[in-house]
Design a protein around this ligand. Structure first.
Ligand SMILES: [Ca+2]
Length: 341
């Protein structure tokens, strides 16, 4: 397993330790996208790959194509428009089957949903008040008390931190209440890696303290002091945050579309059922299915201590009823007309 028994393990998470152990020699290396020609892929929205920070950037019209005209995307102010097309996703190096997917244009939240945003939803009576406690199958009272310390709801000074300790239904309800939905994992991955063959949201450089909030020296020190435990670290140095950080705190870690915290801070719920190895087009199931109890989470969290966890193609599964201290979410929105309908 990538995470040792003495590390901040997530009892309800499965998959990556297995996934990391397979697929290393069966296929040539392919990042989250292939370097092979992509006849129908669309370029990022600007020449430098980063959307402009302006109101106008919230709406784009992809280049017209006689064969498949794309509709205009109308995104919310806190979202980034992502053009549609056919892309290579997956990462054979970590056992995530590389395959082509075709996506319609969509919108993705620029940051993870914050405590303040979730509170606004509760105050508008559109979201249920959260409990600010963790929960997962088989949790002991001792572990519930231990890990609930890291739930952000109700904590002074945490308004701009990601909302965590929410289950899949709570995340789904929030997104619906704000006019969106949870992203599919294909949408999540493309928003994280774009189309230029990168491994992490920012490129191919290994994770470091300037690009994300994961478990660095600060995290290990906190665990030693608070629990007398020895947690492994992802990188040397101090990233400044012993648990979650405010959202958008690491602009150097932005994805090609300017989307933030796609690596680290909190894992993010997606709409999809978890599969250890996504098998390709059409294998992106939605909705409850028998014998597949886990929902896919993406991106790694503040306690992640292996670089493989924050690769853009990395995925893991989490019980939909689980409320985890390192799992939050962001919302997406499908194509809408410019009048919002
Ligand atoms: Ca950290």
């Amino acid at each position: 397993m990538a995470i040792s028994a003495r590390s901040p393990y997530l009892p309800t998470l499965i998959g990556l330790g297995f996934a990391a152990s397979v697929g290393l020699t069966l296929f040539p290396q392919i990042g989250c996208k292939s370097s092979r020609p992509l006849p129908t892929a669309k370029a990022p929205p600007t020449a430098n790959g980063l959307p402009e920070e302006s109101e106008a950037a919230a709406t784009i019209s992809p280049p017209p194509s006689p064969a498949s005209p794309q509709p205009t995307i109308a995104c919310a102010a806190n979202q980034v428009p992502i053009p549609g097309g056919t892309f290579w996703l997956g990462d054979e190096e970590i056992g995530r089957h590389a395959h082509q997917v075709t996506l319609a244009p969509y919108c993705m939240d620029k940051t993870e949903v914050t405590v303040a945003a979730f509170r606004a939803c509760v105050q508008a009576h559109k979201c249920r008040p959260p409990s600010a406690t963790v929960d997962w199958k088989g949790i002991t009272p001792k572990d519930k008390a231990k890990w609930s310390q890291f739930c952000n709801w109700g904590k002074r000074g945490f308004d701009q931190h990601p909302m965590n300790c929410v289950d899949w239904d709570q995340a789904t309800e929030y997104c619906a209440a704000t006019g969106g939905r949870l992203p599919t994992e294909d949408e999540w991955e493309y928003a994280a890696c774009g189309n230029d063959d990168r491994i992490f949201p920012w490129g191919k450089q290994p994770p470091d303290v300037t690009r994300l909030n994961a478990c660095g020296g600060e995290c290990a020190s906190m665990a030693k002091e608070r629990f007398d435990e020895n947690w492994e670290t992802m990188y040397t140095g101090d990233d400044g945050w012993t648990s979650t950080s405010p959202v958008g705190n690491y602009p150097k870690g932005a994805s090609p579309f300017g989307i933030l915290d796609m690596a680290g801070n909190v894992w993010e719920w997606t709409v999809d059922i978890f599969s250890v190895n996504d098998q390709g087009p059409g294998d992106s199931p939605r909705g409850p299915q028998p014998n597949t109890p886990y929902r896919t989470i993406r991106g790694g969290g503040w306690n992640s201590n292996a670089a493989a966890r924050v690769r853009t193609a990395s995925a893991d599964g989490n019980g939909p009823d689980s409320r985890n201290f390192s799992v939050g979410f962001r919302c997406a929105r499908g194509v809408k007309n410019s009048d919002g309908t």
